[in-house]
Design a protein around this ligand. Sequence first.
Ligand code: BES
Ligand code: MN
Ligand code: ZN
Length: 514
Amino acid sequence: MTALTLSTSAPAALRSDAIVVAVAKGAKGRPVVVAGAEAVDKAYDGKLAAVLETLGASGGEGEVTKLPAPSGFKSPVVLAVGLGDAPEKGETFDGETLRRAAGSAARALAGAESAGFALPLDSAEYAAAIAEGALLGAYSFTTYRAGAAQKAAADQEKKDKSAPLGEVVLLGGKPKDKAYKAATERATALVGEVHRARDLVNIPSNDLFPKSFADIALAVGKEHGLKVEVLDEQDLREGGYGGLLGVGQGSANPPRLVRLVHSHPKAKKTLALVGKGITYDSGGITLKPAGHNETMKCDMSGAAAVFAAVVTAAKLGLEVNVTGWLALAENMPSGSATRPGDVLRMYSGKTVEVLNTDAEGRLVLADALTRASEEKPDAIVDVATLTGAMMLALGNRTFGIMANDDAFRTSIHEVAEEVGEQSWPMPMPRELLKAMDSTVADISNMGERMGSGLVAGLFLQEFVGEDITWAHLDIAGPAFHEGAPYGYTHKGGTGSSVRTLVRLAERIAAGELV
Ligand code: BES
Ligand code: MN
Ligand code: ZN
């Protein structure tokens, strides 16, 4: 992974591939140089903004302009990244603006060995945001590109342009200050796990299936001192996990339920995280048409986020117990697959008539939610790419939050806001339950089409233990990015919700929540 260091070096003295500065969009759409770049601006005789304007820069969000470094600089290039509109008088930039700008700069520097970031580092909070953004931007997934690796190996002279920026040097940070050190260490631990979640999502389903995912959880869990238990199909049968088995029975790759535990001797609270881990969602017998199945390797993004969050909790030694549940199955059509109209007996004992085999996420989550509830955690949060309806409602960048407790839903929304993840609270209208009535079973897995994202949440609630605080994050929109890269967001798996889950665990550890 990309190295991260704090340095007191002057920008001119740092030997690197580029010095990054920030510019904002000021009056009349003109670029204005932002704090952190004073020494660089001085080296251009105070004319950096004017030079940038000549080059056509405006300081717009994500805009990247490269120019030759002033004479005397040990780095050849200055890279100016746009922050968007300059803040009003008395206001400051928010963390996410800096996070995204650092990410845009890091992406533009792919293939470079190192860069110095001369951005506003006047608080440890800003340092954290810039560190996170730069590291998140320094990502690439090239496991399946034989060509690039071979070329790079054959020709040592040519730099591998697809390799992420190798080193991020924060200039003007305070290397000896405890808060700065803690911020950069946290950023390194956290982003390493966001990258793990992204990788897991990006690995194609022919390599990532329930057993291979569970094997990764076992190996990584061991490395980080987690307790890991895996229920295989035999265990699931003996345990009566009808939801996981029903979804997985059409596949040659049988399902798994993984339990990961981070515990701390001084912990006062336990947080349970439950992730939807459909390693491929074909829809099953209710097969998805072409155009709807090409990205369905991403349907385990919830499980990847939960896994990454538990490992981060362990890396940071958080004073809270965090149990992660990965509900892993592959949803395929075959002669052994669940048919529309079949009835499953779930782990809770409830029966479900499966009217649509493409509404499979709620079935695997139901079993995991019931199982997680048995341990009476102080709160449960499930994360899932659950419904296309949530994407229709909130778009591609915002996840929906539903909960059985309004205060908890609000808290999660605030935590997400704090870490720079877009989310929005959604309601749970009781009247939508009625349409899930089944003529043969306790409940069916289909309800009204209108509000079907909310219907899915109402279904899940039926499987959450009584009196347990619970929230459901539907990350179908932001989990997988298909548009042009922006900020620190690349194409493919995004690691959506990992930062929110980790901050939530930290807030609970600090006694601020639950
Ligand atoms: N995995 C999908 C939801 C999804 C769609 C995630 C697009 C990411 C991108 C889920 O299993 C699904 O198929 N949901 C159905 C539910 C319906 C059959 C009630 C949907 O949203 O159409
Ligand atoms: Mn589906
Ligand atoms: Zn699905």
